[in-house]
Design a protein around this ligand. Structure first.
Ligand SMILES: Nc1ncnc2c1ncn2[C@@H]1O[C@H](COP(=O)(O)OP(=O)(O)O)[C@@H](O)[C@H]1O
Ligand SMILES: [Mg+2]
Length: 232
């Protein structure tokens, strides 16, 4: 039997209607196996964020189909989508979106409690401990976001994205705000987490070094996949 693909995109097109029409994605087709770190690489305006947002169900395609773990997410309604997202997908953005009035631990746990009950809280706290060790943030769990460094904030955001054991983590320019040292730390962590937990990562980036470290470098230009480089 053929191995099921974690991700399948068929004839995906996205058109933004405004004063003028923008064709952000043109007839994208893509299939990816689970268990690797991938990159989506391209210049600003090439459609990277649009593609990632549609993959994560944050935006709807104009045409086409998107399947994640055999679920056609382009067909789900808003409620079904939010349940699916909460269970299966983790998001990491360029800006960490931590809430300054809550401490690190609360920031990590809170979003994951939306669909859970109180009993889950203990399990979640155990999970934070396990992840915090890998991410080297065990010592800052009681601190507030304004009192930790930019690199630490991004590692907290990674922890938050992984707390529900997602199958796939979507990261949109996750190192866009970091210096080169912290960029390396964050990308190393993606590979480490992939190795330890088997989580699939898709990293949107215009950093060629990062793109070249990934299993596949999916190159976007003007809304089209112009090339897919396989690195190993
Ligand atoms: N909400 C939107 N409304 C209208 N046009 C948009 C919107 N979001 C993105 N675009 C346009 O779609 C194209 C792709 O944008 P985007 O996916 O953000 O590219 P990237 O992330 O590679 O910089 C660009 O031309 C951009 O201006
Ligand atoms: Mg973008």
């Amino acid at each position: 039997m053929e191995k099921e693909k974690l991700l399948k995109i068929k004839n995906l097109t996205k058109i933004y209607d405004g004063k003028t029409e923008t064709i952000a994605l043109k007839n994208i087709n893509l299939e990816l196996d689970g268990g690797y770190v991938y990159s989506i690489y391209g210049q600003s305006g090439s459609g990277k964020t649009t593609l990632l947002n549609i993959l994560g169900g944050l935006d709807k395609p104009t045409e086409g189909e998107v399947y994640i773990a055999n679920e056609e997410i382009s067909k789900l309604n808003d409620r079904e989508l939010s349940i699916f997202r909460n269970k299966k997908i983790g998001f990491i953005f360029q800006f960490h979106y931590l809430l300054s009035e809550f401490n690190v631990l609360e920031n990590i746990i809170m979003p994951s409690l939306i669909e859970s009950d109180f009993k889950d809280l203990r399990v979640k706290k155990e999970k934070v401990k396990e992840l915090a060790k890998i991410l080297e943030i065990e010592n800052i769990l009681k601190k507030y976001p304004d009192h930790i460094s930019g690199g630490q904030r991004q590692r907290v955001a990674i922890c938050r994205a992984l707390i529900n054991d997602p199958e796939i983590v979507l990261a949109d320019e996750p190192t866009g705000n970091l210096d080169s040292k912290n960029t390396e730390i964050v990308i190393d962590l993606f590979f480490k987490l992939n190795k330890i937990r088997g989580t699939t990562f898709i990293i949107v980036t215009h950093n060629e070094n990062i793109a070249n470290r990934c299993k596949k470098k999916i190159m976007l230009k003007d809304g089209e996949i112009i090339k897919i480089e396989e690195n190993y």
